[in-house]
Design a binder for this molecule. Structure first.
Ligand SMILES: [Zn+2]
Length: 568
């Protein structure tokens, strides 16, 4: 493709080591993981989108003049090998040497991560959602001879449960997350069993608020035999979870004399659980040396034991479910956060592999604003500082939502990949997203975020809090609340007026529903057919769930309003 047609593409000119990119061939290892060939094709497609050039994709069996070389191939140089040895986790190295551009990881996943970072950092790609990809305009991009970069993320495990990031395998990969997805060719982290597994491992139906006796030898033998069975059935797995059944409160462990004796000696019901998990981990270590045994420090087992230490092949997955997300976890003035902080400090001392299961939405009110966009930054920094090496960020992975699911998924993924960015850099990422996604009126949306965040911080909120408890002004009356939220809605309407494309208008309209939700929910007396219109728009944007595991009801009579949805 040449001449004036090139003007249609965002990047007008691009060179590697001074040579026009049009001359390059993308090379992948013939004997490498099958996902590398797919990655090569994907890179060619992206380069085409950006420059209009269609590069040839070939395996490494034949030499061509100018090459972009992916992963380990016959072209490995001493310098590339030296750089690869420095890579941490599933990071990457990029090198331009003798006119060749090398992108490599230690494994296929790392190489893919390098490709997406290259597209972002060097070519100006922004992978926002599956439907919404932006490529920055550029007159000329030069990737210079001698370019060198090695990067490895601090977090070895990165998982984001927000539908826009989680539900889409390709986007998840572009976001450099590494939890398993269907069709990812076995390159990501895979579970033989996920969480709350003791019932399954005992061949029992799923239990709630009920735990087996972990001092019972029969329980041990059966779990051990089922763990071996699950691992044999899942040869690609790297993790198996041996964890308590789900529970809603405290004191749910076995209360027999033996279990209680251990728990009392260790100062926590984690005592009997960890002793059990360590014993299984020890028993399978030799036959399954690549397997990590994952267990939950959750609710009644959150506190670390006094003397027991997790075995080397055990992951402790600590859950932040009780925290107040209006304030950073490091905020010691908040009792719940201080208690969690004390627990994580203890775990940090004794864990080789500490993961955190963190929560980032209102699970009882998916449609309500949950103003945690600032604390997400603080908390991910906090986890990193407390020796956490894996993060599972649970949000609304069940349905599209009005509550910034796209923005949150994007920002969290960015922080998981690089938690070392400054607060300013984080806010720049947020602003850039707002600008691209919502258009020229993005500052109104930033103002909205800031104002509701300030308002909610005065109250504090947890993951099941009622929106009227945290989104009203402290000491404010109903009139103030209605006036404030109508002002908030006005900010969305102003942003809508300035949106430049149908796509941006729809983004604003979908996210605006969160403010409308609050007004309808808290001030039902103030509406004229608005609930019906709100409901119609939820359907329009494919929003199917309004709380964890609960579908939108079928509504034909709109007179009772939203209140009926939340009677439990
Ligand atoms: Zn017991």
């Amino acid at each position: 493709m040449r001449g004036n047609m090139r003007n249609e593409f965002p990047i007008k000119q691009m060179t590697i080591g001074g040579i026009d990119i049009a001359q390059y061939t993308i090379v992948y290892p013939k004997d490498g993981n099958v996902s590398l060939q797919k990655a090569a094709v994907l890179l060619a497609q992206m380069i085409h989108k950006a420059t209009g050039y269609e590069l040839t994709v070939a395996d490494d069996s034949q030499l061509t003049d100018y090459e972009i070389i992916l992963d380990k191939t016959h072209r490995d140089t001493e310098e590339l090998k030296r750089m690869r040895a420095l890579i941490k986790n599933d990071g990457y190295a990029i090198l331009v040497e003798h006119g060749r551009l090398y992108i490599t990881g230690v494994n296929a996943r790392g190489t893919r991560n390098g490709i997406f970072t290259f597209l972002e950092d060097q070519m100006g790609f922004r992978f926002y959602t599956r439907e919404f990809l932006v490529i920055r305009e550029a007159t000329g991009i030069e990737i210079l001879e001698g370019t060198k970069k090695v990067y490895g993320p601090d977090f070895e495990y990165r998982e984001v449960y927000w539908l826009p990031a989680y539900g889409d395998r390709e986007l998840s990969s572009m976001h450099r997350l590494n939890g398993k997805r269907e069709g990812d060719d076995g390159i990501n982290i895979e579970y033989a069993l996920f969480v709350h597994t003791l019932s399954v491992l005992l061949d029992e139906p799923h239990q709630m608020n009920c735990q087996p006796c972990l001092s019972d030898e029969k329980v041990y033998q059966r779990v051990l035999s089922n763990v071996r069975k699950k691992l044999d059935e899942n040869p690609n797995a790297t993790i198996i979870s041996i964890s308590q059944n789900d529970s809603e409160g405290e004191g749910c462990g076995c209360q027999c004399e033996k279990c209680r004796a251990i728990d009392q000696a260790e100062g926590t019901p984690m005592g009997s659980l960890l002793r059990f998990v360590n014993r299984i981990a020890e028993a399978i270590k030799e036959d399954y040396p690549h397997i990590l045994v994952d267990t939950l420090a959750y609710r009644y087992t959150r506190k670390a034991p006094k003397t027991l230490v997790p075995a080397d092949n055990v992951i402790i997955r600590l859950c932040s479910i009780e925290c107040d997300f209006a304030h950073p976890i490091s905020d010691e003035k908040i009792g719940g956060n201080l208690a969690f902080k004390k627990d994580i400090e203890e775990w940090a001392k004794i864990c080789k592999r500490l993961y955190v299961w963190d929560y980032t939405t209102n699970f009882a009110y998916y449609l309500a604003p949950f103003p945690n966009l600032y604390t997400i930054y603080d908390n991910i920094q906090f986890f990193k500082e407390h020796n956490v090496v894996g993060l599972f960020e649970q949000g609304n992975a069940q349905s599209p939502t009005d509550d910034f699911g796209e923005l949150r998924g994007y920002l969290i993924a960015k922080l998981l990949w690089n938690p070392n960015i400054s607060r300013e850099e984080y806010l720049d990422l947020m602003d850039e997203f707002l600008q691209d996604y919502y258009g020229a009126g993005w500052r109104y949306i930033r103002e909205y975020i800031d104002r509701i965040t300030t308002r909610a911080s005065a109250n504090g909120f947890q993951i099941y809090s009622m929106p009227v408890q945290y989104l009203t002004a402290k000491g404010g009356d109903k009139e103030e609340d209605r006036a404030f939220w109508n002002e908030m809605l006005k900010l969305w309407d102003d942003a809508l007026d300035m949106a430049e494309s149908e796509e941006q208008r729809n983004h604003v309209r979908q996210s605006r529903l969160q403010a409308e939700f609050y007004l309808l929910y808290a001030h039902f007396d103030h509406q004229d057919g608005r609930f019906e219109e709100f409901y119609r728009q939820l359907k329009e944007f494919g929003i199917t769930m309004h709380r964890e595991g609960v579908k939108l009801p079928d509504v034909t009579d709109f007179s009772p309003g939203l209140a009926g949805w939340y009677e439990t």
